[in-house]
Design a protein around this ligand. Structure first.
Ligand SMILES: *Cc1c(COP(=O)(O)O)cnc(C)c1O
Length: 430
């Protein structure tokens, strides 16, 4: 195709020739990395297909159930497929798990008992877990049930602090939580190799702890998942990576039969466990989204790397930087001003297939101590495997960018963010 034709297409989307040229130059330099990402996607695509074949996923599995949901072959088979993909004994994959926080809360509340202690080995947990744990007093928290909490902070450069972890492990430490992704922090994300190293260390200090990895945003980024590194339980959201953009809601847990059974009887009821839970027509989207997920994740990763390299070249601090290896799909950019965060998010919104005409503005989001601006033009509300960005309006004015169901859409979003920054006089491409 002629370059002119392509340029015209981007210009129709409001991207100026100088932004197009700047993006093209950055993209040229990324072909080796993109090739490696494609290889991981190919490997993980095979992993998903093999798990579906092994478990004889059939046309019947796409059917639905209502009421109690007894004998829902689609639901039960999907849980076997997840268990194979995550190399675990069992899995719980349900639309009744409403989001990632719910999945994590379920894992914790079902596997801890009064008197037990939870240790976070990766420092401060994700914001919403503070209320689950009771770090911020909250109704129904672990603290209310007499479950205590301790935290081993990361080292100053964001790595596991092995000595701090050793000291924090007590006789009643029952679970250890590790967060793979950076969340709303600029610390590094952890590779599965690093997670393996810390798990081996933890087991050396105390053998009988249950190690849970918050796997949000990490699925299919590497060829291995945390259970292969020794975790007892991995937890995530279906409106992030493994839902492939098609799952309309839901969460999953994969882990030992014991951990999963504990979670199942807490999600439904003692005595009922995994036997109940209607699938309400979601089976097909869960399967099909999982099937697409490795490729969707690869597109999101390319977008994150492209964004890192564009904004790094423009002189902004980016986490991870343009050349670091990736362990999740999140990209943080320090834009340094409220105007920068707003312009970036406006650009992402303007590139969306849904709600491209709306203007995101900062608002007082529940659970956050500063205003937050969010850009999301998603088919599934709140889905962050779809192209999305959010930024708390506070120093140092970071924006967190993730997703994109296709690389091309992620690319358009980033070009559009630079276009808005340019129009606001915040960057210069000369
Ligand atoms: C998104 C996320 C969560 C919480 O998931 P929600 O679906 O937003 O409730 C927890 N931990 C990490 C690391 C996440 O990225």
């Amino acid at each position: 195709m002629s370059g002119t034709l392509m340029k015209e297409q981007y210009q129709k989307a409001g991207i100026s020739p100088e932004v197009i040229a700047f993006g093209a130059k950055i993209e040229e330099g990324l072909s080796d990395r993109f090739h490696k990402i494609d290889e991981i996607a190919e490997y993980n695509q095979m992993k998903v297909i093999l798990a579906m074949q092994k478990n004889q996923v059939s046309a019947e599995c796409m059917q639905t159930s209502t009421g109690y949901g007894y004998n829902d072959i689609g639901r039960d088979t999907l849980e076997e497929v997840y268990a194979d993909i995550f190399c675990s004994e069992a899995a719980l994959v349900r639309p009744q798990i409403t989001c990632g926080t719910h999945a994590l809360a379920l894992a914790l509340l079902s596997n801890l008992r009064p008197g037990d202690e939870l240790l976070s080995a990766s420092g401060r947990p994700y914001d919403t877990l503070e209320e689950v744990i009771g770090i911020r007093p909250s109704r129904g928290s672990l603290a209310e049930y007499g479950i205590t909490y301790r935290q081993a902070d990361l080292t100053a450069d964001g790595h596991f602090d092995f000595e701090a972890i050793r000291e924090a492990i007590r006789p009643n430490t029952r679970m250890v939580a590790i967060q793979r992704s950076r969340g709303y922090l600029t610390r590094p994300s952890f590779s599965v190799d690093e997670i393996e190293e810390v798990i081996t260390f933890i087991r050396g200090v105390k053998k009988d702890v249950c190690i849970m990895v918050d796997n949000c945003y990490g699925e299919f980024v590497e060829t291995r998942e945390p259970v292969e590194a020794g975790a007892d339980l991995v937890v995530g959201s279906l409106i992030k990576n493994p839902g492939g953009g098609l799952a309309p809601a839901g969460g999953y847990l994969a882990g030992t039969a014991e951990c999963i059974e504990n979670a199942a009887v807490r999600l439904t009821s003692p005595g009922l466990g995994k036997e109940v839970g209607a699938s309400f027509g979601v089976n097909q989207s869960f399967y099909q989204g999982l099937f697409l997920s490795p490729v969707v994740v690869s597109g999101a990763l390319k977008g994150a790397i492209f964004a890192a390299n564009c904004y790094e070249t423009l002189g902004f601090p980016v986490f991870p930087n343009g050349s670091e290896p990736r362990h999740d799909i999140i990209q943080a950019v320090t834009l340094g001003s409220e105007e920068g965060v707003v312009a970036f998010c406006e650009g992402i919104q303007a590139a969306a297939p849904v709600d491209s005409h709306v203007h995101p503005i900062p608002w007082d989001m529940p659970g956050y101590d500063s205003q937050v601006i969010m850009a999301a033009g998603a088919f599934v509300q709140g889905s962050s495997i779809e192209l999305s960005a959010d930024g708390p309006i506070r120093e140092p004015y970071n924006v967190y960018f993730q997703g994109g169901l296709t690389w091309y859409h992620a690319k358009l979003g980033i070009l559009s963010s630079m276009q808005k920054m340019l129009e606001a006089g915040l960057i210069s491409l000369a």
